[in-house]
Design a protein around this ligand. Structure first.
Ligand code: HEM
Length: 269
């Protein structure tokens, strides 16, 4: 039967549905995300329009690398991954750990025996610390043997040395936290060894002991250093380290010869 209704004026006619509103059955309701996607705008675009972060991210991540770059160049990133893994597992452990001299040991026992996957997370954190120390040394060896400490990367080498010291201090301060017989006596010896250092030794000893006797105050001090001061300093130093890596680029392996374009060779002749 013919449609007897008069046609609506153009301004009152409903707009045709976009693909996200109509899946052929006319049932899909478009959310704000789908509507933006239809116009070619992604979540990343939305954030970038407001922050302009993509320029910095592109500067940091998409760069040319020298010929001859090999697997040994991944040791720095592997160390970074180890640090991030330590940060995540450390936060989980901190949810259950109690840094008081009378309850620390019991809280670690509780994490190991009672908490769901507690032994696994504690194991990851404990072995992860050893892995991180090994990786820092391997990465340092790579940069040394490839001559990456030379001009213009001397400052990055110095930052690296600070990172190495901070990483070793992380292991040292973390070792006391279970507060069992082994960690107590090993750290007592460690702090005493620090005291034998020239000039700063005795001050460092007093600072670490945090009181006349090695004990309750020492645990609180080690906990604060291990949880707050050292990870914060390491994160800041890694930021500076990576900024310089992005700014200066990585070193080519020492056995790679610079390729002189044929045209400039001819000019020299
Ligand atoms: C937490 C510890 C550290 C992290 C997370 C870290 C991370 C990185 C990363 C990701 C790179 C770029 C990729 C690569 O060359 O491997 C790098 C480069 C570099 N790192 Fe480290 N690093 C650490 C410790 C050290 C140490 C202990 C040293 C030396 C004392 C050092 C010296 C350097 C140098 C000189 C470069 C430039 C390499 C080049 O130009 O070829 N880093 N680091």
């Amino acid at each position: 039967m013919a449609n007897l209704k008069p046609p609506l004026p153009r301004a009152l006619r409903p707009k045709p549905k976009g693909p996200s509103e109509n899946n052929g059955h006319g049932r899909v309701k478009a959310g704000p995300k789908e509507k933006l996607a239809e116009k070619g705008i992604s979540t990343i675009d939305w954030i970038d329009e407001r922050t302009s972060l993509s320029g910095g991210a592109r500067w940091m991540m998409f760069r040319k690398i020298p010929k001859g770059t090999n697997w040994f160049y991944t040791l720095g990133s592997a160390t970074l991954f180890a640090f991030l893994s330590q940060a995540v597992t450390g936060v989980i452990l901190a949810m259950y750990y109690d840094p008081s001299a009378t309850r620390a040991y019991e809280s670690v026992r509780y994490i190991t025996n009672e908490v769901f996957l507690g032994e696994f997370v504690r194991g990851m954190h404990k072995w992860g610390s050893t892995v991180m120390v090994i990786l820092v040394f391997l990465h340092m060896g790579r940069t040394f043997f490839y001559g990456a400490y030379k001009y213009p990367r001397e400052l990055n080498w110095v930052i690296g040395v600070v990172l190495l010291i901070l990483t070793l201090f992380m292991s040292f301060t973390g070792y006391l936290l279970p507060f069992d017989q082994r960690s107590f006596w090993a750290t007592t010896v460690g702090v005493a060894i620090n005291g034998t250092g020239p000039l700063v030794g005795p001050y460092l000893n007093d600072f670490l002991r945090a009181g006349p006797e090695f004990g309750v105050t020492t645990l609180a001090r080690f906990y604060a250093l291990h949880m707050l001061v050292l990870p914060g300093a390491i994160a800041a130093m890694i930021g500076a380290h990576l900024y310089l890596v992005a700014r200066l680029g990585t070193t080519a392996p020492p056995w790679m010869k610079a390729e002189i374009p044929a045209a400039s060779r001819k000019d020299d002749a």
